[in-house]
Design a protein around this ligand. Structure first.
Ligand SMILES: [Zn+2]
Length: 437
């Protein structure tokens, strides 16, 4: 049946052939699980021995009845339709109609039943023409992401909400740096989101003051999750990446120790994630990267001054660099213009100035999560052009954000090493097979 299956297909640029696989929604409703579903195929493709020893998959839901055996009627709601008259049309008895309507109205949000939306009715198949079809299940599309289902079982009509299935594709791409990471990434088909993730991954490993050289290479393996027919942008996530710069090789790989709790690790099983993001803007939004072969994001104005200026277009989203609490959000006298100040875990705090506007819901006292968008780049206050002025304080003393070393790193636990190593083998083999074109 449609909503129980996830069609996982992939395109691998490069030499590998790809075999589409299907895994059930019970196994693939979450990011990590869908990857697990695909890994055996990857393994086959690269010819690595040893199946990944992955933890058992949790079952999120299992429908009380297999709807596959039922007759399905898809109906597109027209104006003037009601569920009641739809049931009449398909021969549901008065008594049954009451039961269904009662059960459905309890959970059906206002506006969910409206013209243009699809309703699925599942009826028993009958062997003889005299037997009567029974309504067994009703599905209403709630939005692009979820489906509401009512199913009749031995305990009456049971309601459930299901995520629509994803299409999960694993993709690889690689390139030699000819001009800039952004331009060369785009040339080999990498989306800005992936490039930005790539930069964030290695931002603490590589000296960003130094230029990325022509001839350096990068490769990524990433997951592309989307829903058929959905207008929402697909969700893209790097699973493994490699960057070779000045002969030095940097590697990052996504690994979940627990369902939904993933981190990036290097080859030695040390986490790459820090408490702080290196930059408050997405790498791909920093102006200097749009031209010239430079990683260096700094706009050299007004020095010496306390802060780093990032040139960026008006309205570029500003990310808070670490978890914390908003201390101040609004207009600040003395040149800052519209400014946000955030308190992080002691002894750190950070400031973001000259903003065009503060993001919705951001006010003094709001808790924020690393990477959350708190405002938008502007030119308010004493500012000569659209840019973000960024400051970090340690014990109330200004420190240079570019020489700041974010604390914290941890090692993968010994108990997880085998699983980690297996996955690492798959990912490194996959990257090794990806040409840097
Ligand atoms: Zn400044």
């Amino acid at each position: 049946m449609v909503f129980k299956l996830i069609a996982a297909t992939g395109t691998l640029f490069g030499v590998l052939t790809w075999v589409p696989v299907e895994v059930s929604a019970e196994q693939a409703s979450l990011a990590e699980e869908s990857v697990d579903g695909l890994l055996p195929t990857l393994k086959g493709a690269v010819g690595k021995p040893g199946a990944p020893n992955l933890p058992p998959l949790e079952q999120d839901f299992s429908p009380p009845e297999d709807l596959k055996a039922l007759k399905r009627i898809s109906y597109k709601i027209r104006s003037g339709d009601t569920l009641g008259n739809l049931f009449v049309r398909y021969g549901v008895s008065l008594q049954e109609r009451k039961l269904w309507l009662q059960a459905i109205q309890k959970h059906l949000p206002l506006g969910a039943f409206r013209p243009g939306k699809e309703v699925q009715l599942y009826l028993t198949r009958v062997s003889s023409p005299k037997a009567k079809e029974q309504l067994k299940a009703v599905e209403v599309e709630q939005n692009e992401d979820s489906i509401l289902t009512w199913e009749k079982g031995t305990k009456g009509i049971v309601f459930s909400k299901r995520e629509k299935p994803y299409d999960v594709a694993l993709k690889t791409a690689g390139s030699v740096v000819e001009t800039t990471l952004v331009e060369d990434g785009a040339r080999v088909g990498l989306n800005q989101t992936v490039l930005s993730q790539l930069a964030d991954l290695f931002s603490w490993e590589i000296d960003f003051d130094r230029e990325i050289q022509k001839g350096d290479t990068f490769k990524v393996l990433y997951e592309d999750r989307s829903r058929k027919g959905s207008k929402n942008t697909p969700s893209l996530k790097i699973l493994a990446a490699e960057l070779v710069s000045a002969g030095q090789r940097y590697f990052a790989m996504y690994f979940e120790k627990e369902k939904g709790k993933g981190d990036y690790y290097d080859l030695n099983g040390r986490t790459l994630a820090r408490a702080f993001l290196r930059f408050p803007l997405e790498f791909t939004n920093i102006s200097s990267t749009f031209s010239h072969s430079r990683f260096h994001p700094i706009l050299k104005v007004d020095r010496p001054h306390y802060g780093v200026d990032f040139a960026a277009r008006l309205g570029t989203p500003v990310r808070v660099v670490a978890d914390g609490k908003i201390l101040f959000a609004g207009w600040r006298k003395g040149g800052y213009g519209r400014m946000i100040e955030v308190e992080h875990e002691s002894p750190y705090s950070s400031r973001y100035a000259h903003l065009q506007r503060v993001a919705k819901g951001i006010r003094s006292g709001s808790p924020v999560k690393k990477g959350q968008i708190i405002g938008y780049v502007g030119s308010s206050g004493r500012s000569t052009g659209s840019h973000l002025h960024f400051e970090i304080y340690q014990n109330r003393e200004y420190i240079d954000p570019l020489n700041f070393e974010s604390p914290a790193e941890h090692q993968i636990e010994p108990a997880l090493l085998k699983v980690f190593e297996n996955r690492k083998q798959l990912f490194t083999a996959e990257l090794a097979a990806t040409p840097a074109s």
